[in-house]
Write a protein that binds this ligand. Structure first.
Ligand code: ADP
Ligand code: MG
Length: 379
């Protein structure tokens, strides 16, 4: 991997009030017949951002991308690109290119002919096409495959040809609809890093649609989470994981435990939450939850400790029984059934070979977590 970290760490135009968005969806709604596929959605994307649209099947991701590309128009609302309203502008006049889920290469054409196809269509001079194709093939590390036909390539290589083809015309924005859907897990992971490198070296804005949360977390600067055509949250991967805005987002991204209860008392920041069984949890930051509100305290499994005895000084500790456990090599996942019946997931890194507190099926166990281990959710 290249040392992208230091570059990307300072890239955060969305938190700069003076920064101008490059693409804006303004109250965009798309209705098919009597079905609302995209529902009053507003969203800003910045130049050179690697942006992911994440959601389950049918959540409106492709519809959103198709409207940006110009294959569909919004029923209501507008889409701006660099300040210009895109309504009525045909797809080929928009400074963007779309790479589809099923990236069909021309089977009878060589790799270089495939990559240069769009340029020939546009009547770009031959010498320039050759230069551009060579540059693109170098970028996706396929120089030595220029004369091959698609069937002489692996799935991953074909995918890179499709990528080279879609950036050959130098669009400002590349739209990718489930670009890695056809690849197996290992190749997907490799290709994710290649896509990030490509986006960096070309300095383009990438908008990628995916239903795979890990993929979105790996690649994107920010993620928009969609559900039934509605925007649920837009934030960096770390924010959606550590500070989900709702129960939906908390459950959609990664594993989470939800402790349900009522806010019994609160002061400046902290609050006491009482569950149905009477168990109390102290939370460090209750946000805008008021006394009496029904809330969920969402805690990730890796922030919960499992032990055979109540840890000394633990603020939040609940007792139960080891109900299930899975040894995954690098870590062990415990399912602890609390005495009130709730099953809590806790994961522990196996950083040494032998645990000094071995726990097994049906053992009595305590789970414990800090007041700031999770977030209080009111919706
Ligand atoms: P996603 O890409 O998130 O899986 P889509 O944007 O493709 O979802 O579709 C969102 C919803 O809109 C789906 O329920 C789909 O059936 C519906 N839809 C998409 N395109 C059309 C269309 N042309 N006509 C009618 N319904 C459509
Ligand atoms: Mg789709």
């Amino acid at each position: 991997m290249k040392s992208l970290g230091s570059i990307r760490r300072s890239f955060a135009p969305w938190s700069d009030p003076g920064a101008k968005p490059y693409i804006s969806f303004e109250n965009v709604t798309k209705i098919f017949g009597d079905f609302t596929a995209v529902d009053d959605l507003s969203l800003d994307i910045f130049e050179k951002e690697f942006f992911a649209l994440l959601g389950g099947s049918g959540s409106g991701k492709s519809t959103l991308l198709r409207m940006l590309a110009g294959f569909d128009e919004p029923t209501r609302g507008r889409i701006l690109l660099d300040g210009q309203d895109l309504r009525g502008i045909p797809p080929y006049r928009r400074p963007l290119n779309m790479m589809f889920q099923s990236y069909a290469l021309f089977p009878h054409m060589t790799v270089e002919a495939n990559v240069g196809f769009g340029l020939r269509q546009e009547g770009v001079p031959k010498a320039e096409i050759e230069a551009r194709v060579a540059e693109m093939l170098k970028l996706v590390k396929l120089e030595q495959f220029a004369k091959r036909k698609p069937h002489q390539l692996s799935g991953g290589q074909r995918q890179r040809v499709a990528l080279a083809r879609s950036v050959a015309k130098r669009p400002k924005v590349l739209l990718l609809d489930e670009p890695l859907g056809a690849l197996d897990k290992k190749l997907r992971e490799e290709t994710q890093f290649e896509l990030m490198d490509l986006q960096q070296s070309l300095g383009l804005t990438f908008i990628v649609v995916t239903h795979d949360q890990e993929e979105a977390m790996t690649m994107a600067d920010r993620i928009a989470i969609l559900d039934k055509g509605k925007l649920m949250q837009v934030a960096t991967p770390a924010e959606v994981y550590e500070a989900p805005a709702s129960r939906f987002v908390a459950s959609f991204i990664g594993n989470v435990n939800m402790f349900e209860g009522k806010v019994a008392a609160r002061d400046a920041g902290s609050a006491r939450i009482t569950g149905a069984s009477g168990a109390e949890i102290l939370v460090g930051n209750a946000g805008d939850a008021a006394a009496g509100n029904t809330v969920s305290f969402a805690v990730r499994p890796e922030k919960i400790r499992v032990s055979s005895k109540r840890p000394e000084g633990a603020v939040n500790a609940l007792e139960g029984e080891v109900y299930d456990l899975a040894y995954l090599g690098d870590m062990t996942v415990y399912h602890v059934r609390l005495d009130d019946g709730q099953v809590v997931k806790a994961s522990a890194l196996n950083s040494s070979r032998a645990s000094d507190d071995p726990l097994t099926w049906h053992d009595r166990a305590w789970i414990s977590f800090a007041p700031d281990a999770g977030v209080v959710l009111t919706r």
